[in-house]
Design a protein around this ligand. Structure first.
Ligand code: ADP
Ligand code: MG
Length: 247
């Protein structure tokens, strides 16, 4: 535990009287890829969103390196700091439609990280090259396929060199033939040792790329372990049921 790089502890969240996260904790070493699986409505998105203060948790902490952030009670400065140190990739890309791919990737570098324009442009181009879009710098989102837009959004996340990237169902909005290109980019990131938490329904990714698999239901982690433990030897009947349903 002592050398874990990302430690999430005791996250709780209700919407009105709907208790969505009961007490979720998770610990990652540098380079870990955690896949979070679970049925719809189990709190997966809410969990990730709480870690980036997109939702305000009722309780819980996020530790990045030696710094501990209170997920319930934080100053604007701390919130910006967490967002600078993390990346978020959404199901629906969340790109600026009036900016080119290059400008989308430059935006957080220039605005949040205060990187000078010329440096930002160079870093953004490198990030776009990494996701296979070296020929699309000047394209607007509407001129790109869903898979390409999602790769721009991944480039935007990696460009700032975050300590961990959160992915919320990054391939769920894509046509089936476009899923592979996005998963392959994510696999490359994993191989480069980028620390990630990925909410996904892609079982092949969870099985083959993740270092750790978490099964969540009803706002709790029901079971977690290596891909082999979860897929080959699930201990909990709820995990087995879930895996049978989606198989
Ligand atoms: P998952 O991502 O696992 O499908 P979510 O985290 O999106 O689950 O949702 C968990 C529960 O929280 C659901 O019952 C959902 O309706 C509720 N919920 C999520 N976001 C909000 C919100 N902004 N306001 C009220 N209820 C919400
Ligand atoms: Mg969700």
């Amino acid at each position: 535990m002592a050398d874990a790089q990302v430690i999430v502890s005791g996250v709780k969240k209700s919407f009105e009287d709907n208790l969505v996260l009961r007490d979720v904790s998770l610990s990652l070493q540098s380079g870990d890829v955690v896949a979070i699986l679970g049925p719809s409505g189990s709190g997966k998105s809410t969990f990730l969103r709480c870690l980036d203060y997109l939702e305000r948790a009722d309780a819980g902490t996020l530790q990045l390196g030696n710094d501990v952030y209170d997920l319930h009670d934080a100053s604007n400065k701390q919130i910006l700091e967490v967002r600078r140190r993390t990346g978020f990739v959404f199901q629906n890309y969340n790109l600026f439609i009036n900016k080119t791919a290059l400008k989308n990737v430059m935006e957080p570098l220039v605005c949040a990280h205060r990187v000078p324009k010329e440096d930002a442009e160079r870093i953004a181009k490198e990030a776009l090259d990494k996701v296979g879009l070296s020929d699309r710098y000047d394209y607007y989102p509407s001129q790109l396929s869903g898979g390409q837009q999602q790769r721009v959004s991944i480039a935007r996340a990696i460009a700032v060199k975050p300590e961990v990237i959160f992915f919320d169902e990054p391939t769920s909005a894509l046509d089936p033939e476009l899923i592979g290109e996005v998963l392959s980019v994510m696999k490359n990131l994993a191989n480069q040792g980028i620390t990630m938490i990925v909410v996904t329904h892609e079982m092949r990714f969870a099985r083959n790329v993740a270092t750790h698999v978490v099964f969540m239901e009803g706002g709790v982690i029901v079971e977690e372990g290596s891909p082999e433990q979860i897929f080959e030897h699930p201990q909990q009947s709820r995990t087995r049921q879930f895996l049978q349903q989606i198989a």
